[in-house]
Design a protein around this ligand. Sequence first.
Ligand code: GLU
Length: 428
Amino acid sequence: MVKVRFAPSPTGYLHIGGARTCLFNWLYARAKKGKFILRIEDTDLERSKKEYLDEILESIRWLGLDWDEIYYQSQRFDLYKQYAQKLIESGNAYQKEGAVFFKYQFSKIEINDLIRGKIIFTELPKEEEVIIKSDGSPTYNFSCVIDDATMGLTHVIRGEDHISNTPKQILMYKALGLNTPEFAHVPLILSPDGGRLSKRYGATSIREYKEAGYLADAIANYLSLLSWSPGNNREIISLDSAKEIFDIADVNKTGAEFSLEKLNWLNSEYIKAKDTKTLAEIVANFLKDKKFLPENVSQDYLEKVTQLFRDRLVKLSDFLDRARFCFYDDYVYAPDTQEILQNNLSKQIDALAQKMSDIADFNKLAIETEFRATCTNLGLKTKELVHPVRVALSGNRVGPGLFETMEVLGKNEVVKRLKRLIQYWQST
Ligand code: GLU
């Protein structure tokens, strides 16, 4: 049975690269009906932090991934010591000044990497290496080997940056007489300029993407496309579908270029594809985390506002400034509305406010009909009132359809805001 692991060190947040490694392991385990293990590599007691651990676990869950077992290396120091002792007894390691050193017995090593094919290692930069430090903690290569072996892992799927560790680990397996797993080294994620992914191009943590208003399923979908493809130029694929067809052998060996543009496109597609009720719940949670919502906003109202903006959103954070006027009326008229506001239409807006308050069923259609009729009666073109009314209602010159917006705000709010504009004209 396939058994794979993701082995993060809780010395920082979960970044795009780590999340993709985690995803590929998970997809492979689920595709093969195997097991997916999370192994927390917290051997560096000083740099490992609970805050990072919590965030890593939360990000993994948020992406929609689950694990079958979880282990902490900090709880397994005795095991590493026992294996170090075996190596000392067999002459493969020795103790000096409280530390244990492993002696590499190097010979040419060949692996058949499931992604990269044959890799041959003809030399090692070191002849020996500390495997247990004097404080009793193991070093990465050693604890990794002991765990991969004792946990019965069949495949080690990890970032390409670990290729140079692989021959060292193989020599440790050999010295201990343990079976080596298969290896699959996933290519790096590259910046659009070809270099390693840097912060400038979005090498930020999953948590930052969440906070910026990306949807979990859009991010997971995007990560799955970094060096893998479901075929037929398909770009939108859920985890449920991907896990049916994923195979580690189909992962490309060339680096994947990170494209914020594509991620944004996917995110807006996922936003569009959600039904309004579900999207409104996601929006509500997002806005709550940002402490954005005033108290007592009903789910029903939130759904209406979501409906109003949903097709214009790339990220949920776009909601924060664009939809703010739906929750707060303390906005000032934006500087670029001055050319609209310089034409004082107090009388006409007052007439419109009167007509609006007379509408019994304040819906989009009734509003539009009455709005147009009022313009005709006042001898104005519809757009001559549309612009100032939009500014009155939202403080801005652009926004979603005006009549829908008016329906969502409701009659009282519309009339109140029209009066506010009249007051503004009177006071300037
Ligand atoms: N803790 C290591 C890392 O975060 C794991 C490497 C491995 O998968 O072997 O890079």
